[in-house]
Design a binder for this molecule. Sequence first.
Ligand code: DOR
Length: 301
Amino acid sequence: MKNLLSTEFAGVKFKNPIVLASGTCGFGREFKDIFDLEKVGGISSKGLTLNPRGGNDGIRIWETPSGMMNSVGLENPGVKGFIEEELDWVNGLDLVNIVNLGGHSIEDYVEGVRLLNEVDLDILELNISCPNVKAGGMNFGVKCDIAGEVIKTIRKICKHKLVVKLSPNAEDIVELAKVCEAEGADGVSLVNTFLALAIDIDNKKAVFDNGYAGLSGPAIKPIALRMVNQVSKAVKIPVMGLGGVTTWEDAVEFIMAGATVVQVGTASFIKPSISLDIIDKMRDYADREKLNNISDIRGII
Ligand code: DOR
């Protein structure tokens, strides 16, 4: 029987195009007793940094009528901790292992990549778009010249497939994607969360200690979709689309807009196994529409 959903991204084969987005499944193990992880195409790890981080103080998650806000602040065990404690387990799974790496300085990124060069993984997702850390994160992904420096440096040393995760807060996300392509990235993923503000009117202060935080969920979907569409028309490297994907129809829209792979983030917090529903219903759609493969509809918009 033909696999209607199999796809290839920068030479990496996915059994289906659905990936659990960074930050939504830890390193995978958290979900192991909830559903069969091997049914998804891949998982992207919680954002790592060279050294372990405890994350931000104060409120970290805030639900609003228009979406979820987070200011986690890259809580993670550090690259070495991940390699020692988590990597073997996730590499034992039959899925695409994407490792998300953030940084506070170019030196941090370089050192993190050097450590990850020594181990097995499928794709390195370079996170230059975290809105919640003061030094680094999004600072590297807003301006094309700074982002270009980071990507150029990392591309020179990175032995893995390199996907750059882009910020919707970038000055010009299309130009930024072109810079990624010019500097040799194998693909881009977009979008990370939108910098947003929640106010506690009783206490007359911002909800989050850092002031602003990252907005995700259905509210951002139409904007993310537009950005994926613009970027996929502007570059030849493949695109992973994300931002508010909640239903199978959303995933199909992202593929029609030009994404090769679709990441599911916030919706997994509400229903961890939601990706499995998305995959099943997307397969039914492809069958109903008599597609040879879901990629037949990629970029038709
Ligand atoms: O919204 C986000 N929150 N994006 C990231 O890249 C990291 C995460 C965090 O840890 O704050």
